[in-house]
Structures are given as structure tokens and as C-alpha cells.
Design a protein around this ligand. Structure first.
Ligand code: 5GP
Ligand code: 5GP
Ligand code: 5GP
Length: 208
């Protein structure tokens, strides 16, 4: 019987630093609404399994429907901007995130509640403020990975995972912050599993 199978075990809330998406060799394009705020934006809310694997594209019969998130669209433009080229209003990014990831937690959250939950979680955890309060600024300086992880851990009570990418000059930099969330998408939890380390001991925090 598959009755005890779980659709997924937890979520990653993935936040991206726009400065680190934009200063790579791929460059970036600002949304049609203009340059986003210099803040972490939402990348996605990703259902995951405890062994590190994850489901994707779980329901071809549930396409992204903007009419279901009409009340959230202005917040999505602000907090979940797409920086991929060509410039867009975000619809393509949100469609991708819903269809690839959101459809895999549909047993818990329908489309409206999925986007609403991600926005609420982002509002709950102000990662930029937490880092700035610890003296870690998006000023192009180098910071120890340990100090970044400690600042966030001490502020929220759970250990985040930091993903790095590489800027055009070849420096490793703070790209994404992963926080783990329970299956109801309401509460932060300790991460059951962390992806492979992609940072050095000191990393850049570029401006945006
Ligand atoms: P990347 O190549 O940037 O690591 O990942 C590409 C895409 O794979 C991500 O945008 C995301 O959709 C998916 N992905 C990568 N790692 C994970 C993971 O640990 N969990 C989930 N749910 N998706 C992931
Ligand atoms: P994932 O599959 O990793 O969840 O999402 C990454 C996909 O979303 C890629 O196809 C990427 O081109 C697209 N995308 C659109 N806008 C953005 C953005 O602002 N950041 C990232 N990381 N991916 C974006
Ligand atoms: P995807 O297939 O998910 O669109 O993109 C594959 C990889 O290329 C992702 O890791 C994504 O972050 C990156 N990528 C795609 N489009 C852009 C872009 O316009 N600018 C940047 N900087 N990265 C991009």
C-alpha cells in the first residue's frame, strides 16, 4: 500500500541576493517594473525529502493561473522579482516555480496559499536586516561564512544553508539562503538535510 507514503518531508524557502545573480558572467535583466529593492528576494518554496532528493513537476493538470493570486501580485512583484533575461513581469518565473515545485505540495497548499505562504515566511525572516545587525553589509566586502551562518542562526534559532556562486572576476559570493520549513509552510524547522557546501571559508557580499 502507498497510503503511508508522504508527498514530501519539508520545504526549503530559498532566498536570493540579487547582486549575486546579476554580477555573474550571465548578467541579469531587471523586471519590467524596474530595479528591485536591494533586498533578498524569494526564489522558491521547494518541497523536499529528508534524503535530499525532491519531487518535481507533480501535476501537469495544474497550470499556473494568475487569476488565483490576483490579491498577491503586487507583493509578488516586490518580494519575488525575476532577474532573468529578457526582462519580464515575473509571470514566467512564478509559472516555473509553481509548476516545478508548488504542484508537489498541492496536497497541503493550493496555488493561492502556496504563494501566500512563501510571502509570509519571507516577511517573518528579514535576512538582510539580520546580517546588517551583525555588521555584515552588502558592500562588496569579504565575510567569513561562519559569521554569516552564526548571525542567522542566532536570530532565528535554526541553522540556514548558504549557497555561493561566482562573480565575473571568479570570486565566490553569497548567492542564496536556504531555510527549512515544516510541511504546513508555517513554521521554520531545523533542516533535516543540507545540500553540499558550495562556499569557501570567506565569501563576498556584493552590493546591488
Ligand atoms: P541549480 O542547478 O541552480 O542548483 O538548481 C537548479 C534547480 O534545481 C533549482 O532552481 C531548483 O528548481 C532545483 N533544485 C536544486 N536543488 C534542489 C533541492 O535541494 N531541492 C529542491 N526541491 N529543488 C532543488
Ligand atoms: P529552479 O528550477 O531552480 O527552481 O528555478 C530556476 C529557473 O527560474 C531557471 O530556469 C531560471 O532561468 C528561472 N528564473 C527566472 N528568474 C529567475 C531569478 O530571478 N533567479 C533565478 N535563480 N532563477 C530565475
Ligand atoms: P534555468 O534553466 O534554471 O533557466 O537556468 C539555469 C541556470 O542559469 C540557473 O542556475 C540560473 O540561475 C542561470 N540563469 C538563467 N538565466 C539567467 C540570467 O538571465 N542571468 C543569470 N545571471 N543567470 C541565469
Amino acid at each position: 500500500s502507498t497510503s503511508l507514503a508522504r508527498d514530501f518531508d519539508f520545504f526549503y524557502l530559498v532566498l536570493q541576493w540579487p547582486g549575486s545573480y546579476c554580477d555573474t558572467a550571465n548578467s541579469c535583466c531587471y523586471p519590467t517594473s524596474g530595479k528591485p529593492a536591494a533586498d533578498f528576494g524569494i526564489h522558491g518554496l521547494w518541497p523536499n525529502y529528508n534524503d535530499g532528493s525532491y519531487p518535481s513537476n507533480c501535476d501537469p493538470n495544474s497550470p499556473y493561473d494568475a487569476s488565483k493570486v490576483r490579491d498577491l501580485l503586487s507583493s509578488m512583484r516586490e518580494k519575488w522579482p525575476s532577474l532573468a533575461c529578457p526582462s519580464s513581469d515575473g509571470t514566467k518565473f512564478w509559472t516555473h516555480e509553481w509548476e516545478k515545485h508548488g504542484t508537489c505540495s498541492e496536497s497541503v497548499l493550493g496555488q493561492h496559499d502556496y504563494f501566500q505562504a512563501a510571502l509570509k515566511l519571507k516577511k517573518q525572516v528579514d535576512v538582510l536586516q539580520i546580517l546588517q545587525d551583525a555588521g555584515i553589509q552588502p558592500d562588496g566586502g569579504d565575510y567569513s561564512l561562519k559569521s554569516i551562518v552564526s548571525a542567522i542562526s542566532e536570530a532565528i534559532g535554526y541553522t540556514p544553508w548558504i549557497e555561493c556562486n561566482t562573480d565575473e572576476a571568479g570570486n565566490r559570493q553569497l548567492y542564496q539562503v536556504y531555510l527549512c520549513v515544516d510541511t504546513s509552510a508555517a513554521e521554520l524547522i531545523e533542516c533535516p538535510v543540507l545540500p553540499r557546501n558550495s562556499c569557501g571559508s570567506r565569501i563576498e557580499f556584493p552590493s546591488f
